[in-house]
Write a protein that binds this ligand. Structure first.
Ligand code: SF4
Ligand code: SF4
Length: 440
C-alpha cells in the first residue's frame, strides 16, 4: 500500500524559487568589516574572549560556549577588533557584538588545521570537535549541533531524518547544496550516524526539486542504509514533526521532541556544514545565504563570512531596486523584517528576502469572521482563532492551557486568515512575554 507523502492541514503558498533555484553558489568578496553577535544560537550567548584593539586571525575563537546548550563564536575574517558593544540584531533589538575591521592584505587562511580530521576520532571526540567548531543548525533556530548528536540516555534513536524540503518560499540554498555538494551532505550523514551509533538515514525532499531528488539518489553511498523520498509540496513540510510523520509514520507527542520517537532531524545545509568543518579544518565562519525577491537587482546564492552586514550583502547582489520596500531575514512565512542595513548575517541566516511595494502594500486587519480557515490550516491542530483572541487580551497563561507552546510559529494560520489577522505574530509576542516571566 502506498503511503501518504504529506501531512494533514498546512497551506500552499507559491514557492517563488525560480529567482535563484538555478543560481550556482558563488563567493562574494570579503567585506571591509564583519560584526559578530555573541548571541547567534539557541541557548546561552557566547562569553567574550577579546578586547578592542586585539588582532584576530580567521577562525580564532572570540566567544566561548557558555555551557552545554551554547556555542562558541569565531572570527570570520582576519583583522583587528574595532569595538565591542550593542549592535542591530536580526531578532529586532540590539545585542552585544564584536566588530572586526577586515585586514585587506591578510591571506585569510590559518596556518594550521583548527578542527581535527574526524576519521580517527571516537564518537565523543567528534561531538566535542563539533561543539568547539561552533556548528549549529543553519536552518533558522541555530540549535547547537553537538546537542543533537548527544541524545539523553533515556532516548533510543534509530533513524536520522535528513531534511531536504526547504519548504519556505523563495529560499534555495539547501536546494543548491544538494545539487552541488551531495557528496559532502553524505559525508555529514556518515559522521552523524557514527556519533549517534545508528545505521539508518531517510532523506525527505519536496517534489518541486526533482533534480535534487535525482542527484541525492545517485550520490547515496551504497554501504549506508539510505532512502531518498520525494514528498508532496506543502508548507511546512520541512517542520520536524511533519517530516517525522510523513517519513517514519511516527507522531511526536505534544511538548515532545523528535528524540521521543527515536529520530534526529537535521537539514541538508547543516549536515553539509558538519562535514565541511572537518574537511577544511576551519570552524563555522561562513555560510550560504539566498538573497532574493523582486526588490533586489541580482538575486543569488552567496557564500559570505558570518557577520557580513546586510548593506554589503545587498551591494554584492547588485543593490536594491527602486521599488524595494521591506527586507526580511529568512523567508516570507517565518522570517522577520529588519530595519537596519547594518544587521549582520548570523550562522542561522538562511536567506534575505527583499520585497517590493507590490507585495507589502499594507493590508488592513479586520475582525474575525469565525470562518475556521485558521483551524484547517494549522498543522499541529491548535485553535488559532481562540489563541488569537486570548493573545489580544494578553491572557498568556490561558494560552498555555490551549497548547501555545506546541505552536511552531509557522505562519499557516496568518496566511489562511481572510481577515488578515497577524495570528502567528501575536503568538510569537505571547511566547516572548512568557519567556520573560520569572519562573514561579
Ligand atoms: S503559527 Fe502556530 S497556531 Fe498558527 S498554524 Fe502555525 S502552529 Fe498553528
Ligand atoms: S481564519 Fe481569521 S477570520 Fe477565520 S476564524 Fe481564523 S482568525 Fe477568524
Amino acid at each position: 500500500m502506498s503511503r501518504a507523502l504529506t501531512f494533514r492541514n498546512g497551506v500552499h503558498p507559491g514557492d517563488a524559487k525560480e529567482l535563484t533555484a538555478a543560481s550556482p553558489i558563488r563567493r562574494l568578496p570579503f567585506p571591509d568589516e564583519v560584526v559578530l553577535p555573541l548571541r547567534q544560537h539557541t541557548g546561552a550567548p557566547a562569553k567574550l574572549l577579546v578586547r578592542a584593539g586585539d588582532r584576530v586571525e580567521r577562525g580564532d575563537m572570540i566567544g566561548a560556549a557558555a555551557g552545554f546548550i551554547s556555542s562558541p563564536v569565531h572570527a570570520s575574517a582576519a583583522g583587528r577588533v574595532r569595538s565591542i558593544g550593542p549592535w542591530p540584531h536580526p531578532s529586532g533589538g540590539f545585542e552585544p557584538a564584536v566588530r572586526i575591521v577586515v585586514d585587506r592584505y591578510a591571506a585569510q587562511m590559518p596556518r594550521r588545521r583548527l578542527v581535527p580530521d574526524w576519521e580517527g576520532l571516537a564518537p565523543k571526540e567528534i561531538v566535542s570537535a563539533v561543539q568547539a567548531a561552533g556548528v549549529v543548525g543553519l536552518g533558522g533556530a541555530a540549535f547547537p549541533a553537538h546537542v543533537k548528536l548527544s541524545p539523553p540516555a533515556d532516548q533510543t534513536i534509530d533513524t536520522l531524518v535528513v531534511n531536504g524540503c526547504e519548504c519556505e518560499p523563495y529560499l534555495t540554498s539547501d536546494h543548491r547544496v544538494m545539487l552541488e555538494y551531495a557528496d559532502r551532505v553524505y559525508t555529514g550523514v556518515r559522521i552523524m550516524l557514527r556519533c549517534l551509533g545508528i545505521e539508518r538515514a531517510v532523506v525527505g525532499i519536496e517534489r518541486n526539486k526533482p533534480d535534487a531528488i535525482e542527484t541525492m539518489r545517485r550520490a547515496a553511498p551504497r554501504d549506508l542504509d539510505i532512502e531518498v523520498v520525494g514528498l508532496d509540496v506543502k508548507y511546512p513540510q520541512g517542520a520536524e514533526k511533519m517530516l517525522i510523520k510523513v517519513l517514519l509514520d511516527r507522531e511526536v507527542p505534544s511538548g515532545g521532541l523528535p528524540g521521543n520517537v527515536g529520530a534526529v532531524v537535521q537539514n541538508v545545509g547543516s549536515i553539509a556544514m558538519l562535514a565541511e568543518v572537518f574537511e577544511t579544518g576551519l570552524p563555522l565562519i561562513e555560510r550560504i545565504v539566498t538573497v532574493t525577491g523582486p526588490g533586489v537587482r541580482k538575486p543569488g546564492n552567496w557564500i559570505v563570512p558570518v557577520g557580513t552586514k546586510l548593506c554589503d550583502l545587498i551591494e554584492g547582489s547588485g543593490g536594491l531596486d527602486d521599488d524595494a520596500s521591506e527586507i526580511i531575514f529568512g523567508g516570507p512565512m517565518m522570517g522577520a523584517s529588519v530595519a537596519s542595513l547594518d544587521t549582520p548575517v548570523l550562522k542561522g541566516t538562511s536567506g534575505v528576502l527583499v520585497l517590493s511595494t507590490n507585495e507589502t502594500r499594507l493590508r488592513d486587519s479586520h475582525p474575525c469572521i469565525r470562518c475556521g480557515r485558521c483551524l484547517e490550516a494549522c498543522p499541529v491542530f491548535l485553535n488559532p482563532q481562540r489563541l488569537g483572541s486570548l493573545a489580544r487580551k494578553e491572557s498568556f497563561s490561558e494560552m498555555l492551557e490551549h497548547n501555545l507552546m506546541d505552536c511552531m510559529l509557522c505562519g499557516c494560520c496568518s496566511y489562511a486568515c481572510p481577515s488578515n489577522i497577524p495570528l502567528s505574530h501575536l503568538f510569537a509576542t505571547a511566547k516572548a512575554a512568557l519567556r520573560r516571566r520569572p519562573a514561579a
